[in-house]
Design a protein around this ligand. Structure first.
Ligand SMILES: Nc1ncnc2c1ncn2[C@@H]1O[C@H](COP(=O)(O)OP(=O)(O)OP(=O)(O)O)[C@@H](O)[C@H]1O
Ligand SMILES: [Mg+2]
Length: 511
Protein backbone atom coordinates (compact mmCIF):
# COMPACT_ATOMS: atom_id res chain seq x y z
CA UNK A 1 0.00 0.00 0.00
CA UNK A 2 2.80 2.38 0.80
CA UNK A 3 4.17 2.05 -2.73
CA UNK A 4 0.76 2.89 -4.10
CA UNK A 5 0.48 5.90 -1.81
CA UNK A 6 3.80 7.33 -2.90
CA UNK A 7 2.93 6.97 -6.57
CA UNK A 8 -0.65 8.22 -6.22
CA UNK A 9 -1.31 10.74 -8.99
CA UNK A 10 -2.03 14.36 -8.08
CA UNK A 11 -5.67 15.25 -7.54
CA UNK A 12 -5.49 17.79 -10.35
CA UNK A 13 -2.98 18.39 -13.08
CA UNK A 14 -3.46 21.16 -15.63
CA UNK A 15 -1.09 21.31 -18.58
CA UNK A 16 -0.80 24.07 -21.17
CA UNK A 17 -4.28 25.50 -20.61
CA UNK A 18 -5.39 28.36 -22.89
CA UNK A 19 -8.69 30.21 -22.70
CA UNK A 20 -9.64 33.17 -24.88
CA UNK A 21 -12.62 35.54 -24.70
CA UNK A 22 -13.42 38.23 -27.28
CA UNK A 23 -10.51 40.67 -27.11
CA UNK A 24 -8.94 38.94 -24.08
CA UNK A 25 -6.61 36.03 -23.49
CA UNK A 26 -7.76 35.06 -20.00
CA UNK A 27 -5.39 32.10 -19.61
CA UNK A 28 -2.34 31.08 -21.56
CA UNK A 29 -0.07 28.13 -21.02
CA UNK A 30 -1.21 27.49 -17.46
CA UNK A 31 0.42 24.60 -15.63
CA UNK A 32 -0.80 23.59 -12.21
CA UNK A 33 -0.32 20.49 -10.08
CA UNK A 34 -2.40 20.05 -6.95
CA UNK A 35 -1.49 17.22 -4.59
CA UNK A 36 -4.24 15.08 -3.16
CA UNK A 37 -5.34 16.06 0.35
CA UNK A 38 -3.61 19.45 0.22
CA UNK A 39 -4.78 23.05 0.48
CA UNK A 40 -3.59 24.88 -2.61
CA UNK A 41 -3.94 28.67 -2.84
CA UNK A 42 -4.16 30.61 -6.10
CA UNK A 43 -3.18 34.27 -5.91
CA UNK A 44 -2.90 37.01 -8.52
CA UNK A 45 -4.07 40.46 -9.53
CA UNK A 46 -7.65 41.30 -10.51
CA UNK A 47 -8.30 40.02 -13.98
CA UNK A 48 -5.22 37.80 -14.02
CA UNK A 49 -7.36 34.77 -14.91
CA UNK A 50 -7.90 32.94 -11.61
CA UNK A 51 -11.68 32.52 -11.79
CA UNK A 52 -11.52 31.63 -15.46
CA UNK A 53 -9.02 28.86 -14.73
CA UNK A 54 -11.12 27.43 -11.92
CA UNK A 55 -14.31 27.68 -13.98
CA UNK A 56 -12.51 25.73 -16.69
CA UNK A 57 -11.48 23.01 -14.23
CA UNK A 58 -15.12 22.91 -13.08
CA UNK A 59 -16.42 22.37 -16.61
CA UNK A 60 -18.04 25.78 -17.06
CA UNK A 61 -15.66 26.67 -19.89
CA UNK A 62 -13.95 24.42 -22.42
CA UNK A 63 -10.23 25.23 -22.63
CA UNK A 64 -9.08 26.25 -26.12
CA UNK A 65 -5.98 24.15 -25.58
CA UNK A 66 -4.42 22.01 -22.89
CA UNK A 67 -5.32 19.02 -20.76
CA UNK A 68 -7.10 18.53 -17.47
CA UNK A 69 -6.12 15.43 -15.53
CA UNK A 70 -8.07 14.43 -12.45
CA UNK A 71 -6.75 11.63 -10.24
CA UNK A 72 -4.56 10.41 -13.09
CA UNK A 73 -7.24 10.37 -15.79
CA UNK A 74 -7.45 12.96 -18.57
CA UNK A 75 -10.91 14.55 -18.66
CA UNK A 76 -12.84 16.79 -20.99
CA UNK A 77 -15.87 18.23 -19.24
CA UNK A 78 -18.80 19.45 -21.29
CA UNK A 79 -20.50 20.90 -18.22
CA UNK A 80 -20.14 21.18 -14.44
CA UNK A 81 -22.37 18.11 -14.14
CA UNK A 82 -19.55 16.06 -15.64
CA UNK A 83 -16.99 17.62 -13.31
CA UNK A 84 -19.23 16.95 -10.32
CA UNK A 85 -19.52 13.33 -11.45
CA UNK A 86 -15.77 12.85 -10.98
CA UNK A 87 -15.81 14.58 -7.60
CA UNK A 88 -15.07 18.23 -8.36
CA UNK A 89 -17.18 20.86 -6.59
CA UNK A 90 -17.00 24.64 -6.71
CA UNK A 91 -18.22 27.52 -4.57
CA UNK A 92 -18.25 30.63 -6.76
CA UNK A 93 -17.00 34.14 -6.12
CA UNK A 94 -20.61 35.30 -6.21
CA UNK A 95 -22.90 32.90 -4.38
CA UNK A 96 -25.55 31.16 -6.39
CA UNK A 97 -28.23 30.15 -3.89
CA UNK A 98 -31.95 30.68 -4.49
CA UNK A 99 -33.19 33.12 -1.84
CA UNK A 100 -36.74 31.87 -1.76
CA UNK A 101 -35.81 28.28 -0.93
CA UNK A 102 -34.90 26.79 2.42
CA UNK A 103 -31.36 25.69 3.19
CA UNK A 104 -32.38 22.06 2.72
CA UNK A 105 -33.99 22.76 -0.65
CA UNK A 106 -30.94 24.67 -1.83
CA UNK A 107 -28.56 21.93 -0.80
CA UNK A 108 -30.44 19.16 -2.58
CA UNK A 109 -31.52 21.26 -5.59
CA UNK A 110 -30.61 19.31 -8.71
CA UNK A 111 -29.51 16.26 -6.70
CA UNK A 112 -32.78 15.35 -5.05
CA UNK A 113 -32.86 11.94 -3.40
CA UNK A 114 -35.88 9.90 -4.40
CA UNK A 115 -37.63 6.91 -2.98
CA UNK A 116 -39.71 5.49 -5.73
CA UNK A 117 -41.50 8.57 -7.01
CA UNK A 118 -41.29 10.54 -3.82
CA UNK A 119 -38.68 13.02 -2.83
CA UNK A 120 -36.96 11.52 0.18
CA UNK A 121 -36.33 14.53 2.37
CA UNK A 122 -35.55 12.44 5.43
CA UNK A 123 -32.63 10.79 3.66
CA UNK A 124 -31.32 14.21 2.63
CA UNK A 125 -31.67 15.54 6.15
CA UNK A 126 -29.75 12.59 7.54
CA UNK A 127 -26.95 12.97 5.00
CA UNK A 128 -26.64 16.70 5.62
CA UNK A 129 -26.67 16.22 9.39
CA UNK A 130 -23.91 13.65 9.08
CA UNK A 131 -21.80 15.87 6.84
CA UNK A 132 -22.34 18.79 9.20
CA UNK A 133 -21.26 16.71 12.15
CA UNK A 134 -18.18 15.24 10.45
CA UNK A 135 -16.88 18.61 9.34
CA UNK A 136 -18.27 20.82 12.09
CA UNK A 137 -20.42 22.85 9.69
CA UNK A 138 -23.55 23.79 11.59
CA UNK A 139 -26.66 25.27 9.98
CA UNK A 140 -30.41 25.10 10.51
CA UNK A 141 -31.61 23.44 7.29
CA UNK A 142 -35.18 24.69 7.63
CA UNK A 143 -34.27 28.36 7.53
CA UNK A 144 -35.17 30.42 4.50
CA UNK A 145 -31.96 31.21 2.61
CA UNK A 146 -32.98 34.85 2.27
CA UNK A 147 -32.55 35.27 6.02
CA UNK A 148 -28.97 34.02 6.14
CA UNK A 149 -25.86 36.12 6.60
CA UNK A 150 -22.96 35.65 4.20
CA UNK A 151 -21.02 33.35 6.51
CA UNK A 152 -24.03 31.06 6.72
CA UNK A 153 -24.65 31.22 2.98
CA UNK A 154 -21.13 30.09 2.42
CA UNK A 155 -21.64 27.12 4.74
CA UNK A 156 -24.68 26.16 2.70
CA UNK A 157 -22.67 26.41 -0.53
CA UNK A 158 -19.97 24.19 0.91
CA UNK A 159 -22.48 21.65 2.21
CA UNK A 160 -24.16 21.65 -1.18
CA UNK A 161 -20.90 20.73 -2.84
CA UNK A 162 -20.05 18.06 -0.23
CA UNK A 163 -23.55 16.65 -0.54
CA UNK A 164 -22.74 15.91 -4.17
CA UNK A 165 -19.74 13.89 -3.04
CA UNK A 166 -16.99 16.37 -3.94
CA UNK A 167 -13.46 15.23 -3.16
CA UNK A 168 -11.89 18.24 -4.82
CA UNK A 169 -13.32 21.48 -3.52
CA UNK A 170 -12.71 24.78 -5.36
CA UNK A 171 -13.45 27.96 -3.43
CA UNK A 172 -13.27 31.28 -5.29
CA UNK A 173 -12.42 34.01 -2.77
CA UNK A 174 -14.16 32.31 0.15
CA UNK A 175 -12.87 34.75 2.76
CA UNK A 176 -13.66 38.01 0.93
CA UNK A 177 -17.05 38.28 2.58
CA UNK A 178 -16.14 36.98 6.02
CA UNK A 179 -15.10 38.72 9.22
CA UNK A 180 -12.00 37.35 10.99
CA UNK A 181 -13.91 35.06 13.35
CA UNK A 182 -15.72 33.50 10.41
CA UNK A 183 -12.45 33.08 8.53
CA UNK A 184 -11.02 31.11 11.47
CA UNK A 185 -14.11 28.93 11.47
CA UNK A 186 -13.88 28.33 7.73
CA UNK A 187 -10.20 27.43 7.99
CA UNK A 188 -11.03 24.97 10.78
CA UNK A 189 -13.57 23.34 8.49
CA UNK A 190 -11.11 23.22 5.60
CA UNK A 191 -8.51 21.52 7.79
CA UNK A 192 -11.03 18.87 8.83
CA UNK A 193 -11.91 18.28 5.18
CA UNK A 194 -8.27 17.91 4.21
CA UNK A 195 -7.65 15.50 7.10
CA UNK A 196 -10.39 13.44 5.56
CA UNK A 197 -8.63 13.33 2.19
CA UNK A 198 -10.47 16.18 0.45
CA UNK A 199 -8.34 18.40 -1.78
CA UNK A 200 -8.92 22.15 -1.59
CA UNK A 201 -8.08 24.79 -4.15
CA UNK A 202 -8.91 28.34 -3.11
CA UNK A 203 -8.43 31.84 -4.47
CA UNK A 204 -7.64 34.65 -2.04
CA UNK A 205 -6.37 38.24 -2.15
CA UNK A 206 -5.43 38.32 1.52
CA UNK A 207 -1.87 37.12 1.57
CA UNK A 208 -1.67 36.66 5.35
CA UNK A 209 -4.46 34.12 5.14
CA UNK A 210 -2.85 32.39 2.21
CA UNK A 211 0.40 32.07 4.13
CA UNK A 212 -1.44 30.82 7.18
CA UNK A 213 -3.46 27.98 5.69
CA UNK A 214 -1.97 26.71 2.42
CA UNK A 215 0.33 23.80 1.74
CA UNK A 216 1.21 25.26 -1.65
CA UNK A 217 0.68 28.64 -3.30
CA UNK A 218 0.49 29.22 -7.04
CA UNK A 219 0.87 32.75 -8.38
CA UNK A 220 -0.91 33.72 -11.59
CA UNK A 221 0.21 36.82 -13.43
CA UNK A 222 -1.40 38.17 -16.60
CA UNK A 223 -3.13 34.88 -17.39
CA UNK A 224 -0.36 32.42 -16.72
CA UNK A 225 1.14 30.55 -13.77
CA UNK A 226 4.47 32.14 -12.82
CA UNK A 227 5.44 30.21 -9.67
CA UNK A 228 4.35 27.60 -7.17
CA UNK A 229 5.88 28.08 -3.73
CA UNK A 230 5.67 26.79 -0.16
CA UNK A 231 4.44 29.29 2.44
CA UNK A 232 7.53 28.69 4.56
CA UNK A 233 9.75 29.90 1.71
CA UNK A 234 8.01 33.24 1.08
CA UNK A 235 6.40 36.19 2.84
CA UNK A 236 3.81 38.82 1.91
CA UNK A 237 6.35 40.98 0.21
CA UNK A 238 7.75 38.21 -1.98
CA UNK A 239 4.27 37.01 -2.91
CA UNK A 240 3.18 40.55 -3.70
CA UNK A 241 6.18 41.04 -5.90
CA UNK A 242 5.55 37.79 -7.73
CA UNK A 243 2.00 39.00 -8.38
CA UNK A 244 2.52 42.61 -9.33
CA UNK A 245 6.21 43.34 -9.20
CA UNK A 246 5.86 46.22 -6.74
CA UNK A 247 5.81 46.97 -3.02
CA UNK A 248 2.87 46.32 -0.74
CA UNK A 249 0.89 49.34 0.44
CA UNK A 250 -0.64 49.88 3.90
CA UNK A 251 -3.84 51.77 4.70
CA UNK A 252 -2.50 54.73 6.65
CA UNK A 253 -4.83 57.60 7.33
CA UNK A 254 -2.07 60.20 7.16
CA UNK A 255 -2.81 63.51 8.87
CA UNK A 256 -6.36 64.32 9.83
CA UNK A 257 -8.55 66.36 7.49
CA UNK A 258 -11.63 66.33 9.71
CA UNK A 259 -13.39 69.72 9.66
CA UNK A 260 -15.83 71.23 12.16
CA UNK A 261 -18.63 71.15 9.58
CA UNK A 262 -21.17 68.36 10.02
CA UNK A 263 -22.16 66.50 6.85
CA UNK A 264 -24.22 63.54 8.07
CA UNK A 265 -26.18 63.50 11.29
CA UNK A 266 -28.15 60.44 12.41
CA UNK A 267 -30.04 61.12 15.62
CA UNK A 268 -31.80 58.49 17.73
CA UNK A 269 -32.81 56.34 14.77
CA UNK A 270 -34.78 53.20 15.35
CA UNK A 271 -36.34 50.73 12.94
CA UNK A 272 -38.47 47.65 13.30
CA UNK A 273 -38.94 44.84 10.81
CA UNK A 274 -41.34 41.93 11.28
CA UNK A 275 -41.69 42.82 14.96
CA UNK A 276 -37.94 42.80 15.51
CA UNK A 277 -35.91 45.88 16.40
CA UNK A 278 -33.25 46.13 13.71
CA UNK A 279 -31.98 49.62 14.57
CA UNK A 280 -31.97 50.53 18.22
CA UNK A 281 -31.62 54.25 18.96
CA UNK A 282 -28.62 54.76 16.69
CA UNK A 283 -26.88 58.14 16.73
CA UNK A 284 -23.75 59.14 14.82
CA UNK A 285 -22.33 62.06 12.92
CA UNK A 286 -19.72 62.49 10.19
CA UNK A 287 -17.96 65.79 9.50
CA UNK A 288 -16.73 66.97 6.15
CA UNK A 289 -13.31 65.44 5.56
CA UNK A 290 -13.96 62.59 7.97
CA UNK A 291 -14.02 58.83 7.48
CA UNK A 292 -16.22 57.12 10.04
CA UNK A 293 -15.71 53.37 10.19
CA UNK A 294 -18.44 51.03 11.38
CA UNK A 295 -17.35 47.58 12.46
CA UNK A 296 -19.70 44.69 13.02
CA UNK A 297 -20.39 41.12 12.07
CA UNK A 298 -22.80 41.09 9.18
CA UNK A 299 -26.41 41.09 10.33
CA UNK A 300 -25.97 43.45 13.26
CA UNK A 301 -27.69 46.44 11.72
CA UNK A 302 -25.06 47.91 9.41
CA UNK A 303 -27.11 47.21 6.27
CA UNK A 304 -30.25 48.60 7.92
CA UNK A 305 -28.38 51.74 9.00
CA UNK A 306 -27.19 52.31 5.45
CA UNK A 307 -30.65 51.64 4.05
CA UNK A 308 -32.19 54.06 6.53
CA UNK A 309 -29.81 56.79 5.37
CA UNK A 310 -30.56 56.00 1.72
CA UNK A 311 -34.31 55.88 2.28
CA UNK A 312 -34.63 52.17 1.56
CA UNK A 313 -35.54 51.33 5.15
CA UNK A 314 -38.34 53.15 6.98
CA UNK A 315 -37.44 54.41 10.43
CA UNK A 316 -39.85 54.33 13.34
CA UNK A 317 -38.21 57.28 15.03
CA UNK A 318 -35.28 59.65 14.76
CA UNK A 319 -33.79 62.17 12.36
CA UNK A 320 -31.34 61.92 9.46
CA UNK A 321 -29.74 65.08 8.07
CA UNK A 322 -27.30 65.71 5.25
CA UNK A 323 -25.56 69.08 5.30
CA UNK A 324 -28.21 70.40 7.66
CA UNK A 325 -31.11 69.26 5.44
CA UNK A 326 -33.62 66.81 6.89
CA UNK A 327 -33.72 63.77 4.59
CA UNK A 328 -36.60 61.99 6.29
CA UNK A 329 -39.29 62.96 3.78
CA UNK A 330 -37.11 62.59 0.67
CA UNK A 331 -37.20 59.68 -1.76
CA UNK A 332 -34.19 57.49 -2.46
CA UNK A 333 -33.53 59.33 -5.68
CA UNK A 334 -33.80 62.73 -4.03
CA UNK A 335 -31.36 61.66 -1.34
CA UNK A 336 -28.88 60.44 -3.95
CA UNK A 337 -29.26 63.76 -5.74
CA UNK A 338 -28.61 65.59 -2.49
CA UNK A 339 -25.12 64.10 -2.71
CA UNK A 340 -25.04 60.55 -1.38
CA UNK A 341 -22.83 58.07 -3.22
CA UNK A 342 -23.22 54.38 -2.47
CA UNK A 343 -20.98 51.37 -2.93
CA UNK A 344 -23.42 48.55 -2.12
CA UNK A 345 -22.85 45.45 -0.04
CA UNK A 346 -23.66 43.14 -2.93
CA UNK A 347 -22.06 44.44 -6.11
CA UNK A 348 -23.77 42.04 -8.48
CA UNK A 349 -27.26 42.35 -7.07
CA UNK A 350 -27.39 46.05 -6.25
CA UNK A 351 -24.48 47.65 -8.03
CA UNK A 352 -24.50 46.55 -11.66
CA UNK A 353 -26.62 45.63 -14.63
CA UNK A 354 -24.57 42.58 -15.52
CA UNK A 355 -25.79 42.22 -19.09
CA UNK A 356 -25.43 45.93 -19.90
CA UNK A 357 -22.25 47.50 -21.31
CA UNK A 358 -19.85 49.30 -19.01
CA UNK A 359 -20.91 52.77 -20.21
CA UNK A 360 -24.52 52.04 -19.24
CA UNK A 361 -23.37 50.86 -15.86
CA UNK A 362 -21.47 54.11 -15.43
CA UNK A 363 -24.65 56.11 -15.97
CA UNK A 364 -26.73 53.88 -13.68
CA UNK A 365 -28.39 56.06 -11.05
CA UNK A 366 -26.97 59.25 -12.60
CA UNK A 367 -28.90 59.31 -15.88
CA UNK A 368 -30.44 62.71 -15.19
CA UNK A 369 -27.26 64.54 -14.24
CA UNK A 370 -25.57 67.11 -16.46
CA UNK A 371 -22.54 64.91 -16.75
CA UNK A 372 -24.46 62.55 -19.05
CA UNK A 373 -27.36 64.60 -20.42
CA UNK A 374 -27.35 66.30 -23.78
CA UNK A 375 -30.65 67.94 -24.69
CA UNK A 376 -33.44 65.77 -23.30
CA UNK A 377 -31.52 62.49 -23.45
CA UNK A 378 -28.55 60.68 -22.07
CA UNK A 379 -25.74 61.17 -24.54
CA UNK A 380 -24.13 57.84 -25.32
CA UNK A 381 -21.07 59.70 -26.49
CA UNK A 382 -20.74 61.56 -23.18
CA UNK A 383 -21.33 58.34 -21.27
CA UNK A 384 -18.66 56.54 -23.25
CA UNK A 385 -16.09 59.26 -22.81
CA UNK A 386 -16.70 59.53 -19.03
CA UNK A 387 -16.44 55.73 -18.86
CA UNK A 388 -13.17 55.69 -20.79
CA UNK A 389 -11.71 58.31 -18.45
CA UNK A 390 -12.87 56.32 -15.42
CA UNK A 391 -11.44 53.06 -16.81
CA UNK A 392 -8.13 54.84 -17.17
CA UNK A 393 -8.16 56.64 -13.80
CA UNK A 394 -9.33 53.67 -11.75
CA UNK A 395 -7.41 50.99 -13.65
CA UNK A 396 -10.42 48.90 -14.69
CA UNK A 397 -9.05 46.03 -16.77
CA UNK A 398 -11.24 45.66 -19.86
CA UNK A 399 -10.94 45.63 -23.64
CA UNK A 400 -13.40 48.56 -23.89
CA UNK A 401 -16.46 50.45 -22.62
CA UNK A 402 -18.95 48.37 -24.58
CA UNK A 403 -18.23 44.97 -23.01
CA UNK A 404 -20.97 43.74 -20.66
CA UNK A 405 -20.32 44.04 -16.93
CA UNK A 406 -20.41 40.26 -16.47
CA UNK A 407 -17.29 39.96 -18.59
CA UNK A 408 -15.25 41.91 -16.03
CA UNK A 409 -13.45 39.96 -13.32
CA UNK A 410 -14.89 40.34 -9.83
CA UNK A 411 -12.33 42.89 -8.68
CA UNK A 412 -12.77 44.93 -11.82
CA UNK A 413 -16.54 45.04 -11.32
CA UNK A 414 -15.83 46.45 -7.89
CA UNK A 415 -13.47 49.07 -9.34
CA UNK A 416 -16.13 50.12 -11.84
CA UNK A 417 -18.70 50.73 -9.10
CA UNK A 418 -16.17 52.68 -7.07
CA UNK A 419 -15.35 54.74 -10.16
CA UNK A 420 -19.01 55.50 -10.88
CA UNK A 421 -19.65 56.76 -7.38
CA UNK A 422 -16.46 58.82 -7.16
CA UNK A 423 -16.96 60.41 -10.57
CA UNK A 424 -20.30 61.77 -9.28
CA UNK A 425 -18.41 63.73 -6.60
CA UNK A 426 -20.73 62.98 -3.68
CA UNK A 427 -20.76 64.87 -0.36
CA UNK A 428 -21.24 61.65 1.53
CA UNK A 429 -19.96 58.32 0.30
CA UNK A 430 -21.43 55.24 1.91
CA UNK A 431 -18.82 52.63 1.16
CA UNK A 432 -19.68 49.03 2.01
CA UNK A 433 -16.57 46.90 1.61
CA UNK A 434 -15.07 49.24 -1.01
CA UNK A 435 -12.05 47.02 -1.63
CA UNK A 436 -13.76 43.63 -1.36
CA UNK A 437 -12.19 41.29 -3.87
CA UNK A 438 -9.73 43.82 -5.28
CA UNK A 439 -6.05 42.98 -5.41
CA UNK A 440 -3.41 44.67 -3.26
CA UNK A 441 -2.38 47.18 -5.92
CA UNK A 442 -5.95 48.23 -6.69
CA UNK A 443 -6.71 48.37 -2.98
CA UNK A 444 -3.95 50.92 -2.52
CA UNK A 445 -5.32 52.95 -5.43
CA UNK A 446 -8.81 52.98 -3.89
CA UNK A 447 -7.39 54.03 -0.52
CA UNK A 448 -5.52 56.86 -2.23
CA UNK A 449 -8.66 58.04 -4.01
CA UNK A 450 -10.59 58.00 -0.73
CA UNK A 451 -7.88 59.97 1.06
CA UNK A 452 -7.71 62.53 -1.71
CA UNK A 453 -11.48 62.99 -1.74
CA UNK A 454 -11.49 63.24 2.04
CA UNK A 455 -8.94 66.04 1.84
CA UNK A 456 -11.35 67.84 -0.46
CA UNK A 457 -14.13 67.49 2.11
CA UNK A 458 -15.79 64.15 1.35
CA UNK A 459 -17.51 62.53 4.33
CA UNK A 460 -17.29 58.72 4.26
CA UNK A 461 -19.31 56.12 6.08
CA UNK A 462 -17.04 53.09 5.79
CA UNK A 463 -18.22 49.58 6.43
CA UNK A 464 -15.65 46.86 6.02
CA UNK A 465 -15.00 43.31 7.10
CA UNK A 466 -11.30 44.03 6.66
CA UNK A 467 -10.40 45.28 10.12
CA UNK A 468 -6.97 46.52 9.11
CA UNK A 469 -8.59 48.65 6.44
CA UNK A 470 -11.19 49.91 8.89
CA UNK A 471 -8.63 50.86 11.52
CA UNK A 472 -6.15 52.22 9.00
CA UNK A 473 -8.51 54.46 7.05
CA UNK A 474 -10.97 55.69 9.66
CA UNK A 475 -10.78 58.92 11.64
CA UNK A 476 -13.27 57.52 14.11
CA UNK A 477 -14.66 54.05 14.70
CA UNK A 478 -17.96 52.66 15.93
CA UNK A 479 -19.02 49.08 16.58
CA UNK A 480 -22.53 47.82 15.93
CA UNK A 481 -23.94 44.83 17.73
CA UNK A 482 -27.56 43.69 17.55
CA UNK A 483 -28.76 46.93 15.99
CA UNK A 484 -27.08 49.19 18.53
CA UNK A 485 -23.88 51.22 18.58
CA UNK A 486 -22.04 49.47 21.39
CA UNK A 487 -18.64 51.11 21.28
CA UNK A 488 -16.76 54.16 20.02
CA UNK A 489 -13.02 53.68 19.61
CA UNK A 490 -10.00 55.68 18.64
CA UNK A 491 -8.53 54.09 15.51
CA UNK A 492 -5.06 55.23 16.57
CA UNK A 493 -5.27 52.84 19.50
CA UNK A 494 -7.73 50.13 18.44
CA UNK A 495 -6.45 46.69 17.46
CA UNK A 496 -8.22 44.09 15.27
CA UNK A 497 -8.41 41.77 18.30
CA UNK A 498 -10.09 44.44 20.39
CA UNK A 499 -12.54 45.23 17.59
CA UNK A 500 -13.25 41.53 17.24
CA UNK A 501 -14.22 41.37 20.92
CA UNK A 502 -16.70 44.23 20.59
CA UNK A 503 -18.09 42.75 17.40
CA UNK A 504 -18.99 39.51 19.13
CA UNK A 505 -20.50 41.40 22.06
CA UNK A 506 -17.77 40.44 24.48
CA UNK A 507 -15.96 43.75 24.88
CA UNK A 508 -16.48 46.53 27.39
CA UNK A 509 -17.65 49.87 26.08
CA UNK A 510 -14.90 52.46 25.72
CA UNK A 511 -15.99 56.04 25.25
N1 LIG B 1 -17.40 35.55 -19.66
C1 LIG B 1 -16.40 36.37 -20.03
N2 LIG B 1 -16.45 37.03 -21.20
C2 LIG B 1 -15.44 37.85 -21.59
N3 LIG B 1 -14.33 38.08 -20.86
C3 LIG B 1 -14.22 37.45 -19.69
C4 LIG B 1 -15.24 36.58 -19.19
N4 LIG B 1 -14.85 36.09 -18.00
C5 LIG B 1 -13.65 36.65 -17.75
N5 LIG B 1 -13.27 37.47 -18.75
C6 LIG B 1 -12.00 38.23 -18.83
O1 LIG B 1 -10.94 37.33 -18.58
C7 LIG B 1 -9.93 37.94 -17.78
C8 LIG B 1 -9.70 37.12 -16.52
O2 LIG B 1 -10.84 37.25 -15.68
P1 LIG B 1 -11.01 36.40 -14.34
O3 LIG B 1 -12.41 36.60 -13.90
O4 LIG B 1 -10.53 35.02 -14.56
O5 LIG B 1 -9.99 37.18 -13.36
P2 LIG B 1 -9.65 36.92 -11.83
O6 LIG B 1 -8.20 36.60 -11.75
O7 LIG B 1 -10.60 35.95 -11.25
O8 LIG B 1 -9.86 38.38 -11.20
P3 LIG B 1 -10.53 38.88 -9.80
O9 LIG B 1 -9.46 38.77 -8.77
O10 LIG B 1 -10.86 40.32 -10.06
O11 LIG B 1 -11.74 38.06 -9.54
C9 LIG B 1 -10.43 39.36 -17.50
O12 LIG B 1 -9.81 40.21 -18.41
C10 LIG B 1 -11.91 39.29 -17.74
O13 LIG B 1 -12.41 40.53 -18.16
MG1 LIG C 1 -12.18 36.13 -9.87
Amino acid sequence: MSIQASTAPPAVELRGIWKRFPGVIANHDVNLVVGRGTIHAIVGENGSGKSTLMNTLYGMHRPDEGTITVDGTIRTFKSPTEAIAVGIGMVHQHFMLADNLTVLENIILGAEPTQGWRLDQDAARATIAELGETYGITIDVDQLTEELGVGERQRVEILKVLYRGAKILILDEPTAVLVPQEVEELFGNLRRLVDDGVTIIFIDHKLDEVLQISDDITVIRAGTTVATVKPADVDRRILGELMVGSELPTPDTESSTVTAQLELVVKNCSAVSAGRTILDDVSLSIHRGEILGVAGIEGNGQLELVEAILGLQAISGGVIELGGVDLTSLSVRERRHAGIGYIPFDRQRDGLLLAAPLWENMVLGYDDTDRYISGPWVSVQKARSVTDAAIERFGVKTPGNSVPAFALSGGNQQKLIFAREMVAEPKLLIAAHPTRGVDIGAQAAIWDELREARKAGLAVLLISADLDELIGLSDSLLVMFRGKITAALDPAEATPEQLGMFMTGEGQEVK
